[in-house]
Design a protein around this ligand. Sequence first.
Ligand code: FRU
Length: 481
Amino acid sequence: MTTTTTTQEFVQITDERFRLGYHVAAANGWINDPNGFCYFKGYYHIFYQHHPYSENWGPMHWGHARSRDLIHWETLPIALAPDTEGIDEGGCFSGSAIVKDDKLYLVYTGHHYYGDGDPEHFWENQNVAVSEDGIKFEKIAQNPVISSAPEDSTHHFRDPKVWQEGEDFYMVLGNQNKEGLGRVIIYKSQDLIDWTYLTDISYAESVEKEGFMWECPDFFTIDGKDILLTSPQGIKAQDEKYRNLFQTGYFVGKMDENHKFNRGEFKELDFGHDFYATQTALAPDGRRLVFAWMAMWESDMPEKADGWAGALTFPRELSLHGDRLFMKPVREIKDLRTEELVKASINSTEVNLLEGQTNTAEIRADFKTEGSFELNLQDEQANVLMNLAYDQANGKFTLKRADREGDDRFANLEVNKNEYDLHILVDTSSVEIFINSGEIVFTERFYIEGKPTISLKAATEMLGEYVTYQLDNKAIDYNIK
Ligand code: FRU
């Protein structure tokens, strides 16, 4: 086992114009998937796929931040670097964290290229690193803990998510079977080091319908129902569904005693352009919390010009309603409010919820209206950057972005009672729109210099109220401790 060091310089932030005030992002450089989301010794920890040497994806490190309250985050030193030959020299890919005997364990994928210059020609193994203080991590001597993919699979073998049941630890992994179908496989261990392969828990019906590779799997229970949350690659776009390059969604069902997951159909979790690769954690109070990468591979990411790219969503709480997962911002958000900017009733066909006061805001609007309505996000020159239109006749939301012409997104309300609540989080270059207690969510990035206006316009009178808060725009401490 040889370890390498690098003499490269970290990329520098050259302009703060799009920097986020209360969303986790890296101090500099590229990020993608959230990793290792957990609670350990009084702190929530979140890690992320990170390339600190440039604004583009590159050899993956694990960036790291921690928080006592889920909303104020301090950036910590990079937890894992791809520095160990045979273990992770091609990248420390996604994985998870688990607490055992008062120590924090990271379980992650080592990525390896064959050196022929073909990025698709790779192999993957699974590794462990451990920490006493939750800051400094050491890769264990027994690595790799799983040296290769099972015989009945291809080389796609990554993104371990580990959890504990009684004395046993389980790990689900994203994988592809020999038929080229995406699937999730499960391993078992008593000590996080010695792992036994059990079976595949579920696999895609077909590539077109459910994908060729299931990335970032997560398996958990809410209200007695088992949920497999995963990011399949390769689902074919249908008219108004699956329009991102890759999707993130879930299956609801029941795992049987042979670890086979009997499940329903795949459902998308968020309907926006900028949402991928979720990871959940159980909060000490029992809430199932989720982070996602607030971007997507095909997104432009204009912040690259400023020395960084990508961020995580605001942390959300998941809940199950029938067989649908709802997401809403964690309730701790109330402690980010620094000022109530406006609170007023809605009793007309037009209202400005935000009027250029700030670019870090939380808006809550509750209203009734008989017909259709739309929400617009505009820049200081009144250009409409984003339009979310609700068609009352067929219960459908259509989201249009000026910078993605013809690339609209759609979502349908299960039941329309002509009554709506919108919970909107604006943070400099991101907007997350939670509709009707999080039944539908759109996550989007937008890029303006200046402060946005957000307005509601309806075909018939709207009756209700709204409140807009200024949120703390210094909730992320980017200075590495
Ligand atoms: C998902 C993903 C993971 C992989 C990581 C690499 O976005 O492709 O499957 O571990 O990103 O950065």
